[in-house]
Write a protein that binds this ligand. Sequence first.
Ligand code: UDP
Length: 271
Amino acid sequence: MSLSSWKNREKIQIFNTRVDNVSFQEAKEILQEFLLEEKLHRIYTPNTEIVMEAKKDPRLSQIVNSADLVVADGIGLVIGSKLRNHPLKERVTGYDLSMYLLEYAQKQDVSVFLLGAAPGVGEMAKKNLRELYPKLTIAGTQNGYFKGTHTGFENSEEEAAIVEKINESGAEILFVGLGFPKQELWIEANKENLRNVRVVIGNGGVIDILGGVNKRAPQIFIDWNLEWFYRLITNPSRIKRQMAIPKFLLKIMQDKNSVLEVKKETGGNNE
Ligand code: UDP
């Protein structure tokens, strides 16, 4: 399907956050189209917690809504959309989209830059990726603990130097794993200065997984939509965060306008 038809793709608004109603397959096709266009495309992957945060903070929802592709990375969002009869096709995770981008990058000889995670993790990810994708070029890595917009320092020299490092690396795909909302704020502040990047994805803990610092849930939990449960049993201190899903579903039920269908006219705000 051509990009022009994607520009009219359906969006589902959940509270203040607009999510593209796309399947994983469709999201991959959209990414392919983005990678052929010589301009920056922003990809965000909100989950239930993020939608709840954006509900309280219009600046965050505005940033997410202005992206070129927003996928529902949380089973809570899919269930919530169904409860209000505007069903999202499926959960599309930032992890799966990121893995697809790596495959694409290897095949098309496009390089990738990893920004985020603790010092050393990006390098470990690069090493592990060498085994997974021997022909993939990781053009550079940069840990996420520097003076930058995401940590409250706007226009810092350190941030400008990192943007330059990304530009000089020639990377066309940029992973930004700083957690929400840090990664979205960082991308928003620097989007005009990223010269070669065609796809930037805010993908949370993906670099940690690639670096072997965190594990993804076993496939069976993912297939049964129980990834949240796996996270809970392996890290019980997440209980407070996990409560976001039932609270979210309750709020969906209490507000008849919590989920709306939106027709999208353009493919992002930079058109
Ligand atoms: N992170 C970072 N810089 C920061 C804060 C977080 O690079 O200033 C990284 C962190 O090391 C991890 C990723 O962002 O790799 C996700 O962080 P966190 O677990 O806080 O995010 P969440 O999964 O809660 O969205």
